[in-house]
Ligand binder design. Sequence first.
Ligand SMILES: [Zn+2]
Length: 214
Amino acid sequence: MALNIIFIGPPGSGKGTQAKRLAAQHAIPHISTGDMLREAVADGTELGRQAAPIMASGALVSDDLMLGIVNDRLAKADAAGGFILDGFPRTLVQAERLDAIIGNGAEPLRVLQLLVPDEAIVRRIALRRTCAQCGAIYHLENNPPANDSVCDRCGAEIVARPDDNEESVRRRLEAFHRQTLPVATFYKVKSALREVDGVGPVDVVFERIEKSLL
Ligand SMILES: [Zn+2]
C-alpha cells in the first residue's frame, strides 16, 4: 500500500526533521519543493533561471511553475510506491490540481498537519543557533553545544541567523497561516486531514505521526 503523504506545518515546527525521518522509515522519497527550487537555482537549470528572480523578490513561485515541478517529480520511479510532499500544495489551486496529477486510481492522500502554537515556535527559534561554517543547528536550551558558542562538529562559532528574530518569525508565521488555512480546510472537507500535536520531544511527536497514519 503506497503512502501518499502531504506534510503541512508552520516554519520552525520541526516538520523538516519529521518528514525526513518518516521518509527513511517507509523508504519513500521526501519531496521538499523548497529544496528543489533552491537546488534548481544553484544548478542554474531552466527552472532555476525562471524561479530565481521570483524567489529573490520574496514572492511565491506561480502555481503553474510549481505544478510542473511536482508533476515531473511524482512521475519518477521512486515515487510510485509513495511520497511525502513538503511545502506543496501551498494554495487552493495547487491542491485542486494535485488531484488530477495523482489520478483516480492512486492511494488516497493522507494530509498530516503538525500543530504547534505560534508562541512555542517563537520561543524555539529565538534560542536557535547555527554554525556559520558547517550548518549544524543547536538550541541553547534543548540541544546546546558542549562549549559555549563553539560548534561541536567543526569548532567554528555558532550564531543566530539574521532572520531568526521574533519579528521576522511572526511575519513568516502569519504568511503561513494565511496561505495554509484554505488548503487545510480543503482536505478537512474531504476527510483527508490528520491533525498531529507537534509539541514535545522529536521521538514523541514522531510516534504520534506514525499513529495518525494508521
Ligand atoms: Zn560547525
